[in-house]
Design a protein around this ligand. Structure first.
Ligand code: AMP
Length: 396
């Protein structure tokens, strides 16, 4: 079976074709286009390339195309990318303006250009389908909640991969198996020994999730991908009253407030416009730049606050995991997040921590640490391909 993963941005289109056989997935070809205004010619060129490379036969579509959709109104999970998905993306285009319209457009283009390929959407919110309402509801009037304003949680594909892989590393194959089947069978009942994981996906976009024995308890991102931890240039958590206050005090429009909160805030805002990239901030902070140092300190504190909240909620943790661009490459940040937690059972092995960069997977805690700390590289395309493969196996 051939599975094509389509990664759609508002001006970019990236793809990866996998061959799925039995339980394995082999990447056959990847490529992409920048400054895209219409996906149609990109799909045509991609097809030509895949045919030339010998991965697709002339006139034959891949078996499935997978889309990592972000947020749908009244719809989540790993589902057929049909009219229901298009309606759900349309319903929340205001909340995820950079993601929903390109995905809706991309799904339509694939429907036209590769009609026999099964189209599968994996919502980033899917991993949080079983979060109890006590943790997902905001304390708002019913009329607001009826508009769909609640905590959703994002980076679901990445956190789910962490749930599966960390369970394997902890020797809990039973939990890894539950995670593998989660979107097909649901979580089921379990009263076995807990396998609690605090998953820190730290990249251009970041979130912390609490995962109890394979099932998400919640995540730092709430209603929109602008919440939770400070993001590269997006605000993260903010007291709701700050927006009407600034608008009233300065005459700023809601649109302008939204622009500043989604484009000029986060690490970029905290560092007074210095950079939204942690590598620049690290070197600027080293040269004494106070804004850059503040940005890094706020990020670290925020990760600790969210990790601590899940630790409390789950009654402990067996593992803490770091993943994504920042989580995989910054030993000093991982040290800072885990500093002073010896009484909780977290002891970092600094030599192992320093080694664990550039795509390496492994443990960075000492043998005595009762909570294990891992770095697990993210590979979102592979994660998505796995889910599409499972969906196809369960729904063929
Ligand atoms: P992601 O969104 O997962 O691709 O992560 C992107 C972010 O990871 C960048 O903004 C950087 O701050 C950080 N990052 C990526 N590569 C490195 C690296 N080699 N060293 C330090 N930070 C990195």
């Amino acid at each position: 079976m051939n599975i094509l993963i389509a990664n759609l941005g508002s001006t970019s289109f990236k793809y990866c074709l996998y061959r799925a056989e039995g339980g394995s997935l082999e990447p056959l070809s990847r490529g992409g286009f920048e400054r895209v205004t219409d996906y149609t010619p990109c799909i045509a060129e991609m097809r030509e390339t895949l045919v030339k490379e010998g991965h697709l036969a002339e006139g034959v579509d891949p078996d499935a195309v997978g889309f990592k959709t972000v947020l749908g109104k009244d719809l989540s999970g790993c589902v057929e990318a049909d009219g229901r998905v298009l309606d759900a993306l349309e319903g929340f285009k205001e909340v995820a303006p950079a993601h929903n319209p390109p995905y809706a457009e991309g799904i339509r283009c694939f429907e036209r250009m590769m009609p026999s390929a099964r189209r599968v959407a994996l919502f980033e919110t899917a991993f949080y389908q079983w979060v109890p309402e006590a943790s997902s509801a905001y304390a708002l009037p019913k009329s607001w909640r009826d508009l769909g304003i609640r905590r959703y949680g994002f980076h679901g594909a990445s956190h789910k991969f962490v749930a599966e892989r960390s369970a394997e590393l902890l020797g809990r194959d039973d939990v890894a198996e539950r995670v593998r089947k989660l979107y097909v069978d649901g979580p089921g009942d379990f009263d076995d020994a807990p396998c609690r994981v605090i998953s820190c996906h730290l990249g251009g976009s970041s979130s912390v999730a609490g995962i109890h024995t394979g099932v998400a308890m919640g995540a730092s991102m709430g209603f929109s991908p602008q919440s939770g931890l400070p993001q590269n240039n997006r605000v993260g958590d903010l007291d709701a009253m700050a927006v009407p206050y600034v608008c009233k005090m300065t005459g700023m429009t809601v649109d302008e407030a939204e622009r500043q909160l989604t484009k000029e805030s986060g690490l970029l805002g905290l560092s007074n416009g210095q950079s939204n990239d942690i590598r620049d901030l690290e070197s600027a902070a080293g040269e004494g730049n106070a804004g850059a140092k503040l940005a890094l300190d706020v990020l670290t504190a925020s990760i600790r606050q969210w990790a601590g909240s899940f630790f409390f909620e789950m009654g402990g943790a067996e593992a803490i995991v770091f993943t994504a661009g920042i989580g995989e490459n910054n030993p000093w940040l991982r040290s800072g997040v885990c500093a002073g937690l010896e009484d909780l059972g977290v002891v970092i092995d600094e030599a192992a921590n320093a080694e664990m960069i550039r795509g390496k997977e492994g443990r960075i805690s000492t043998a005595e640490s009762s909570i294990q700390v891992f770095v697990i590289p993210a590979n979102e395309e592979l994660v998505l391909a796995r889910e599409v493969q499972r969906y196809m196996q369960a729904n063929s």
